[in-house]
Design a protein around this ligand. Structure first.
Ligand code: HEC
Length: 173
């Protein structure tokens, strides 16, 4: 039991403390927050909470993660994108060719920070999903139905909305 407490404590401290590199990134990232501010309505870019998730899934190793973020910022292309959905909604991100060391710091910060769940952003997404497209509802429920074969696009949209709703209910209420 004591061990468990200690482990929890160590993990917690670990999550909170940023490396000096990431501390610099935390300042430099203001250049990105003009768009990646999770509170903006309407959104101008996906919040870093989701970006971090996506990139950690693809690049769990820190140096690879940092490289991927730097490469992306210097040269965003559809082929290199891991987040196709935001491109459809918001267009491709413009290049942000900052100096390499600054991009590495930003990458380190994006890797280390424990971002707040983007509740405003999710709430807006859910409002849109239930309002404008009548698709939204049917799809959310019809997971079983649309699972195979027809309506792949719809099925995915429904899963996406359902996933956001689940995360919103879990983390924002
Ligand atoms: C002018 C607005 C704007 C600025 C400034 C901006 N971004 Fe973005 N970013 C976007 C948009 C829009 C998307 C979603 C579309 C896309 O992926 O291209 C995006 C997506 C991303 C993604 C996900 C890319 C993918 O699809 O795999 C990363 C990573 C990212 N931005 C990093 C950054 C970093 C780092 C900075 C600062 C150096 C930055 N952005 C500055 C608008 C911006």
């Amino acid at each position: 039991m004591k061990k468990l407490l200690l482990l929890t404590l160590v993990l917690t401290l670990n999550v909170m403390a940023l490396t000096p590199e990431a501390e610099k990134g935390k300042l430099a990232i203001s250049a990105c927050l003009a768009c990646h501010n999770a509170e903006l309505t309407p959104a101008k870019a996906p919040p870093f909470y989701g970006v971090q998730n996506k990139y950690k899934q693809a690049f769990s190793e820190k140096q690879m993660f940092i490289l991927a973020i730097s490469d992306w910022a210097k040269n965003p292309t559809i082929e290199n994108s891991l987040m196709k959905r935001p491109i459809k909604k918001l267009g491709l991100m413009p290049a942000m060719p900052l100096p390499d060391d600054m991009l590495a710091q930003i990458g380190a910060y994006l890797y280390e920070e424990d971002f707040e769940p983007p509740c405003t952003h999710w709430a807006n997404d859910l409002k849109k999903a239930s309002g404008s497209q009548s698709q939204g509802k049917g799809m959310g429920r019809g997971k079983g139905q649309g699972g195979k074969g027809h309506g792949k696009g719809m099925g995915q949209g429904g899963n996406h909305d359902a996933m956001i709703r689940m995360k919103y209910n879990q983390l924002c209420k």
